[in-house]
Each structure stands twice: as structure tokens, then as C-alpha cells.
Design a protein around this ligand. Sequence first.
Ligand code: NZQ
Ligand code: ZN
Length: 380
Amino acid sequence: MENFIAFNPTSLHFGKGVLNQLGITINKYGKKVLLVYGKSSVKSNGLYEVIKQQIESVGAEVFEYSGIQSNPLVQDVDSAAALGREKAIDVILAVGGGSVIDSAKIISIAIPVDAPAWGFFERRIMPRSAVPLIAVLTLAATGTEMNQFAVLSNHEAEIKSGYGNPLLYPRHSFLDPQLTTTVPSNYTAYGIADLVAHCLEAYFGKGEEATLSDRFVFSMIKEAMEYGPALLNDLSSYKLRAKIMYAATMALNGLTMYGRTAGEWGVHSIGHILSLLYDVPHGASLTIVYPAWLRLQKENLAHRIKFLGLNLFGTEDVEETTDRIEAFFRELGCPVRLNEIVSEKINPDDIFRVMVHNRAATYVHKLTQDDYKKIIELMV
Ligand code: NZQ
Ligand code: ZN
């Protein structure tokens, strides 16, 4: 097993009614709050009023930045950071899914440096400090609520990429599964697929002797496979929402990585290109890329795919394991080919060019440009 450091400073408040503690938690960090949220869900489901009431209950002043879009943009982060700087805010409150929380994470480190946020992604600037961040998660998927990563798109640079720094852990994250009951079935399914993909990225990373972490991976995927389809038949079930929300957080908070030195992340990097070019939702991009990637790796990684198949499905057949993972994504109602979700004309040359530009899947199991061509054929 590889050496590892376990570190996770986020306080997770999980369960029914946890937002009752939001006001007093904000109050520990100051009286000027930058509230960051997305386009419309926070207002249409009544959460906005609850949040405002919590902020007002401790006499704090609130400044708002709304309209963060899915597959969030660096431009919004720069605008929100400018507002935060101008108002000298004490604490950021992010209310939403991964896109909102990721944006808020970068806002939190951009405010103190007073420079365009893309500089962090280009490694031109280093964060010095972070404005304290509190998150209220409304969509179970990314795990951002308890990790140190954020993903942004920059269409001018034609890059969607992740950034990681220990300063990005939220101080507190509030997870009330009731808040996710309004997530529509497509995004619910994409979230389930995302948590499975995070488990697989860990499993196919560096460090194959981490048997306990492998078992965490199998358990989380089994939760998703057992309760995910059930949830899609009963979207308002608290019990099922809670199971998926807990699994999604654990799938990318470090737990599956202990004893490994790196996650694979190749599938994510290719998925980001589909999101960049065709605005494919994140989870859907992964259900398209994962089966294709497993087929491409069926010889290189046969031993790992066999072990996965044995533990998930009781088979050591590499192709059957891939087919069954793909069938699970289909059962969730997710696309497994790009043309199932993109209505415009798909240009494989464009995908290839942007894969080269983003140096996709060149981390652990490196893909060559020949591999790019093969995987594109398997995806479109
Ligand atoms: O904008 P609003 O109106 O709020 O609508 C959102 C959005 O349209 C809606 N939604 C959220 N909560 C809802 C709700 N609708 C009804 N009821 C609710 N309670 O859902 C839509 C999708 O939201 P978004 O935040 O984009 O989804 P998700 O949580 O899947 O986040 C995706 C982003 O996270 C990144 C992805 O790349 C993508 O940019 N990721 C971040 C990671 C991390 N920081 O660790 C890891 C992941 O692998 C991922 O890359
Ligand atoms: Zn993901």
C-alpha cells in the first residue's frame, strides 16, 4: 500500500433540518455575507427565503451574486470576486450544486489576490488565503462539498479544468437530503453516475494494493446500483435521497484514495471536453466516456476490470463487466453515446483537436493521439 496523509477539515452537517444551525454558523465568521447561487432553483423551491431568514436571524448583511450556470464560467467568478472585494465580505455562502460551490471556492481565493482567477488554473498565481466558505448543497453528485477541488470553464482558452488546493475545503457544508427532492430525474441520474465515476477514477488510479479503499469503492458503487434506480422511481423519497447524498459525498472526499498516490481522472478530462464543446451536463459526459474508456483499456487494465467485475457482478469477464456498467447507466436514463444527448452536428475532428489542446487523459494511464481517435469512435 502507498503512504498517505488523511486530511479533511470540512465540518459536514448532514440530515433533516440541519439548516437550523446555518445562521449561528455564519455568525462565527462575521457579519458581511456574499451569497452565491445559480439560476432559478433556489428561488422556485423556496430555499432562498429559508437562507435569508437564517442570515437575518444573526443580524448579518448579505450581498448576492446569482446566475452561476451549470458548467460554470471563470468570468462569473471574476465578477463575484470583484463584488466580494468591494464590499469587504467576511464569509461566502454558496447555495446550490457543484457549479455554484466550485465557483464559490475559487471566489474565496480570488478575493484576497485581486487578480484574474484563471491565473490559478494556469499556475501563474498561488492562493495566499481564502475567505471562509460555507456551502449548502442542493444536488448530490460532485463531492465538492467535502473536497479541495473546483472545476471551471474558460471558453476563450477552450479549456475546462480542475484546480485543487487545501484552501478550497469548505469550512462547513450543510447537507439536508430534503433539499434535493426537487432535483429533476435527469440531474438526479447524472449525480448517481458521477458518484460511480468518482469511485472508478479512484479505483483505476495509482496504488493497486489499497484493498480497503477498493472495498470502499465497491460498497459505494453497490449503494448507487441498488438505490439509484429506486430513487428514480420515487424522487421524493427522503430515505433514498439521503443514501445517495451520503454516497456522493464519500465518493470524492478522500476516503477512496487512502493508500493510492493518484486517481486516474482520464475519463473526467475527456468528459470535460464534451461539456466544453456541446454543454453536456457533467454526469452525462461521464456515462458516455466511461464505457468507451473501459473498452479502450480492456487489455491494459484487464486485471483491474476483472477484479471490479468479480466484486460488483460476480464475473471476471472484462467485456461483460463493461456491458453491465453501461447497462446500469442506461437504466438510469443516461446517454451512453454522444449523439443521444447532442442534437447539433457532432464533429469528431473538433473533439480530437480540443482533446489535444487540453492534453486529455495524460495523467495515470496516458492516452496517445491514436487512442484519442479510437475513443472518439467509441463515443460518438
Ligand atoms: O442553476 P439552478 O437553477 O440552481 O439549477 C441547477 C442546474 O441547472 C439545478 N439544481 C441544483 N439543485 C437543484 C436544482 N434543481 C432543482 N432542485 C435543486 N435542489 O441542477 C442543475 C445542475 O447543477 P450543477 O451545479 O451544474 O450540477 P452538479 O452538482 O452536477 O455540478 C456540476 C459541476 O461540478 C463539476 C463539474 O465538472 C460541473 O462543472 N465537478 C466538480 C467536482 C469537484 N469540485 O470536486 C468534481 C466533479 O467530478 C465535477 O467535475
Ligand atoms: Zn465528476
